[in-house]
Write a protein that binds this ligand. Sequence first.
Ligand SMILES: NC(=O)c1ccc[n+]([C@@H]2O[C@H](COP(=O)([O-])OP(=O)(O)OC[C@H]3O[C@@H](n4cnc5c(N)ncnc54)[C@H](OP(=O)(O)O)[C@@H]3O)[C@@H](O)[C@H]2O)c1
Length: 351
Amino acid sequence: MRRLPESLTAAYVAQMGLFPAPGQWTYDDYARLPDDGWRYKAIQGELYMGAAPRPAHQRVIRRMILVTGAAGKTGKAVIHALAQANQAVRAWLHRPEQTEGLPIADSIVGDLEDPRLWPAACSGVDALYLICPNMHPRELKIGKLALQSAQAAGISLFVYHSVLHPQTEEMPHHWQKLRVEEEILRSDLPFTILQPCAYMQNILAYRTQIAASGRYAVPYTIYARFGLVDLADVAQVAARVLSESDHAGAIYELAGPANLSSAEVAQALSSHWQRPIQAIQAPLDEWERSARATGMPSNAIRSLGAMFRYYDRYGLLGNGNVLSWLLGRRPTSFAQFVEREFSGCGGAALV
Ligand SMILES: NC(=O)c1ccc[n+]([C@@H]2O[C@H](COP(=O)([O-])OP(=O)(O)OC[C@H]3O[C@@H](n4cnc5c(N)ncnc54)[C@H](OP(=O)(O)O)[C@@H]3O)[C@@H](O)[C@H]2O)c1
């Protein structure tokens, strides 16, 4: 923006006979300016003028981003972070009713395995954020469909929501993500890969149960350690990577600030609720029986069983430095997460 020279302001006055002298501009004068493609501002009585943003500039500051898995835990968090960053989202939903409460510009509904939907989903999109359904047995197929369609549509950034340590063959869903990463490296698309550790939010599904029983049960040793990460931090990074232009070619490991055992997680809950919460190891076959009773598909039971066996031996250790750098602050600690998510519930009232 530059201040209009007195001669130009005077030209307006002369041309239209309506506008005031320099130093005497009011909001009403400003509101009467012609819609001539320039941007005007009236500040302390002076008129300022600048060129209107060109379409290319507008694309940089507000891009259309396709987010898949949009109604899931991760998708919702990423979409809300993108809305905060003023980005427009096309959401890929599984079912039509899932749009409710999502701040989105546009949506597409259907199965991610359906090749007929992908070209329309990618049309007019600047960037794609690929979130695959949890434990999906054909994640590689979905990844390939996404890459082909993104390439055909000329998308400028392909971001893949992977997982920490995809190179662990003993966990089939991690191994599939590695195969998708391999396909991404082979494509000629600009890409960014995010590799988050297990979310702190996973415990929320058991909040009432833990509060009622005073026990935090896991189907692996309570001493295995995990770099648990706050999904809100991960979503903030996703929005940053999608809003800035300098993350192409990057693979970011996203872990929380500490590697915590389930015993320490239970301790953090005890401190918050001011009453004992005990971590216990539940037998894996007991977990498998109850998962089958809930109707969980057998391939998901197999994958989760393999994951728990791996966790039992190795945990999932990470380092929070990359996340600190991307956030520009220390990542959320588990104690801060508990303070935010568990206040007002699960205390003595539920005992
Ligand atoms: N949870 C973690 O700690 C963690 C950590 C790191 C990475 N990740 C990864 O993050 C990704 C998302 O996990 P999440 O926990 O957010 O998943 P989620 O909550 O289960 O959400 C998955 C979404 O995908 C939809 N969906 C399922 N099958 C579909 C299909 N065939 N076509 C289209 N949409 C389909 C689901 O809709 P319906 O409700 O209709 O089924 C749901 O809205 C996974 O790839 C996971 O491995 C998770």
